[in-house]
Design a protein around this ligand. Structure first.
Ligand SMILES: [Zn+2]
Length: 484
């Protein structure tokens, strides 16, 4: 480590340049690095540890709701992808093709999966014969490739990691119930574990998944006032069942097409955590998904190795025994001050400082990353105190994000007001919409805002009011925003 690297790594202030702050932070906090192929991303161990926590917490929820994991191939024959017209049209501009195996040209091009409906559908048509085979509730953890023109680490990359669920049901109602069940799991997961409040609702027709009957999504507001789609759940109807001939014998011995759903969240969630909670000093990780929840920094003064270090080791062991993800940084080549700044930048939720004076007093000093509040705590009770503080940080981060969203959600009664609000303040604008795509297009053209969701909980007691764009009667109330 040279002298230069010992300096606290300076990052651009978030308040000065959000986009630059995000890109610098991703690299300096060692979440990800750029790859030789443009638009691809190397996820470093610190970033991957977050993905592992997300996987573990989400996979537990999938299993608890009856889903199982499987794995399908990376390559899809071109003829399979061509079968569903809307699907292929939607994905064609982004597909990467394999044309050669070694030096031999392939008879049929192979798509690198942009999503797996076209490989899973034909497989299901072999597996499903009877209503007794339903429902099929399969998820896979995988990578997909979409050849994107404009990319940004975690938010939009050519290759990304995700999970994709693909289910089959006996009826439309069952498929719809599954679509909404997963939307509910996503919302609960993101709010509980990532501490990010989300709106759950359906997409307009122009924003829906290629080949879906109906797309639902969870949407969050990032701290720069732009919205981010955090996950989608699609009711596929029978579109794919018909093209891939997925049929079953129903309870009256009649042949029926199955009803399908698909749903996914991706490594984009990591970008969301960075943008929703980070500040001028760097990352702020919610404890539930933080790779390291607590860092212990011994203050190296005098004979600290004999006095402070054993006490710090004891605290580390006591916290680890409680299941806390804790690390002790006893490196001598870095000053405590350097370490404080480094772990703040890396978003570690809680820091424990222990110096010679603290040892004499039988205490450690707890410093929270979210509020920077400092408080002494008796060493004897650390194993009880620390998990309670971590839980409080988790709920405080959620509350802060929710207050931000509420402060940045506005109503606009007319188009002039809409344009002004979107220009000056961004955030969500809640307005009645007539349901006409012409209005949706005009709004996008003039304000760069799109319909993020049509919230599930629409006001039931009154009519939506007049469309913010054309002034005709509104059909629904929609949440508009500029989005990533
Ligand atoms: Zn309208």
């Amino acid at each position: 480590m040279n002298e230069n690297e010992r300096q606290v790594k300076q990052i651009t202030l978030k308040s000065e340049d959000f986009s630059k702050w995000y890109l610098e932070l991703i690299r300096k906090a060692e979440l990800a690095d750029y790859a030789p192929v443009k638009g691809m991303m190397i996820i470093r161990p610190y970033g991957y540890a977050i993905w592992e926590n997300i996987q573990r917490l989400l996979d537990g929820r999938f299993k608890a709701s009856g889903h199982v994991n499987a794995y399908f191939p990376l390559f899809i024959p071109e003829s399979y992808l061509q079968k569903e017209a809307a699907h292929v049209k939607g994905f064609a501009p982004e597909v990467a093709w394999v044309t050669h195996g070694g030096s031999e040209e392939l008879e049929e091009r192979l798509a690198v999966r942009p999503t797996s409906e076209a490989i899973i559908g034909p497989t299901y048509s072999k597996w499903i014969k009877s209503y007794r085979d339903l429902p099929v509730l399969i998820n896979q953890w995988a990578n997909v490739v979409r050849w994107e023109k404009v990319t940004r680490p975690f938010l939009r990359t050519t290759e990304f990691l995700w999970q994709e669920g693909h289910t089959c049901h006996e009826s439309y109602e069952d498929a719809q119930a599954e679509t909404l069940r997963i939307l509910g799991i996503y919302k609960e997961f993101v709010e509980t574990e990532l501490a990010i409040p989300v709106l759950a609702g359906r997409k307009s027709d122009r924003e829906k998944f290629a080949g879906a009957e109906m797309t639902y999504a969870i949407e969050a507001l990032m701290s720069d006032g732009k919205a981010l789609q955090m996950g989608t759940s699609h009711n596929l109807g029978q579109h794919f069942a018909k093209v891939f001939n997925i049929r079953y014998e129903d309870r009256n011995q009649a042949l029926q097409y199955v009803w399908q759903t698909s749903w996914g969240v991706s490594t984009r969630l990591i970008g969301a955590v960075v943008m929703a909670h980070g500040d001028d000093s760097g990352l702020v990780f919610p404890p539930n998904i933080a790779p390291t929840q607590v860092v212990i920094v011994p203050i190296a003064i005098g004979n600290w190795k004999e006095t402070v270090l054993p006490v710090a080791r004891e605290a580390e062991a006591a916290l680890a025994a409680k299941g806390v993800r804790v690390s002790l940084d006893a490196r001598e080549e870095f000053t405590p001050g350097w370490k404080f700044a480094e772990y703040e930048m890396r978003g570690v939720p809680l820091r424990l400082e222990i110096g010679p004076r603290d040892v004499k007093q039988g205490q450690a000093v707890l410093v929270r990353r979210d509020s920077r509040a400092k408080e002494p705590a008796p060493l004897a009770g650390l194993a009880e105190k620390v998990p309670a503080v971590l839980a409080d940080i988790q709920t405080s981060l959620f509350r802060r994000a929710l207050e931000f969203r509420e402060a940045n959600t506005r109503e606009a009664g007319d188009f002039e007001g809409f344009k002004e609000a979107m220009e000056a303040k961004r955030g969500f604008i809640v307005s009645p919409w007539c349901g006409d795509e012409a209005c949706e297009d005009k709004i996008k053209e003039e304000t760069m805002a799109t319909i993020r969701v049509i919230a599930l909980d629409q006001p039931a007691d009154k009519a939506p009011g007049l469309c913010v764009c054309c002034g005709r009667a509104g059909k629904t109330v929609a949440h508009f925003a500029r989005a990533y």
